[in-house]
Design a protein around this ligand. Structure first.
Ligand code: CA
Length: 235
């Protein structure tokens, strides 16, 4: 049987929305010491903005915020994002928690709680959301299955290198969205501080050939000159 404590990625980008400065400071420090990257916000509205702009892996949301009711905050968040949310509440009990869970929270912790307790919840929630099968992504006749790491075009399996697959998967997850080469280098190559655009160009041209198209007559893979590339459903 697999050991559940191992080795699930323990590092996550956490957005902590908490108005109490003492709790915010202590938790930020505690979670960082446990290996997470932490951004924090003292208000719901600023937290919503960060949730959209920074796309954290998980949000820890205090229910007692000065500017918005916790349930309203969750509803607004759920309208724009499916990011896992753990709410922190001062009170326990069904009456308190049912509406919160109904509004889209994934789990909750009752104050006071330690960074270690929160970390255990964070890992459990991320493990669960990771288990939710990310089905194959479909764009037109293209299907990209991240679990099997198989991509097919019109039912034919594409013979892709791991890097080509990663690039295709990244683009297929954002159909119609222009992705910059810098973003690909950061997110696919994991080279946030450098790396040549040329590397991306070369892989894109290989990928393009395997998709049976050319830069001058694109079907799926469209270069947006000076900006980047996007994957679209052929018209
Ligand atoms: Ca509070």
């Amino acid at each position: 049987m697999a050991d559940q404590r191992l080795p699930f990625p323990c590092m996550a980008d956490i957005l902590l929305i908490e108005d109490d400065v003492a709790i915010r400071t202590a938790l930020s420090r505690g979670l960082r010491e446990l290996g997470h990257a932490v951004t924090s916000s003292p208000t719901a509205l600023d937290g919503l903005r960060l949730a959209v702009e920074d796309r954290p892996d998980l949000i820890v949301l205090d229910l007692g915020l000065p500017d918005l009711d916790g349930v309203d905050m969750l509803r607004m968040l759920r309208a724009v994002s499916r990011v896992p949310v753990i709410v922190a509440t001062a009170r326990d009990g069904d009456a308190e928690m049912v509406p919160v869970l109904d509004a889209g929270a994934d789990d909750y912790v009752v104050k006071p709680y330690s960074s270690a307790q929160l970390d255990a919840r964070i890992r459990a929630v991320l493990r669960r959301s990771g288990d939710a099968p990310p089905g194959p992504l479909e764009v037109g006749g293209l299907s990209v299955d991240p679990r099997a790491r198989v991509a097919t075009l019109d039912g034919e399996t594409l013979d892709l290198t791991p890097r080509e697959f990663d690039v295709l998967h990244y683009l297929a997850a954002r159909p119609g969205e222009v992705v910059t080469k810098r973003e690909l280098l950061t997110e696919v190559w994991q080279l946030p501080y450098g790396g040549a655009d040329k590397t991306v160009d070369v892989h894109l041209s290989w990928l393009r050939r395997k998709l049976g198209e050319t830069a001058s007559e694109p079907r799926y893979l469209h270069t947006v000159r000076g900006v980047g590339v996007k994957l679209v459903e052929p018209s």
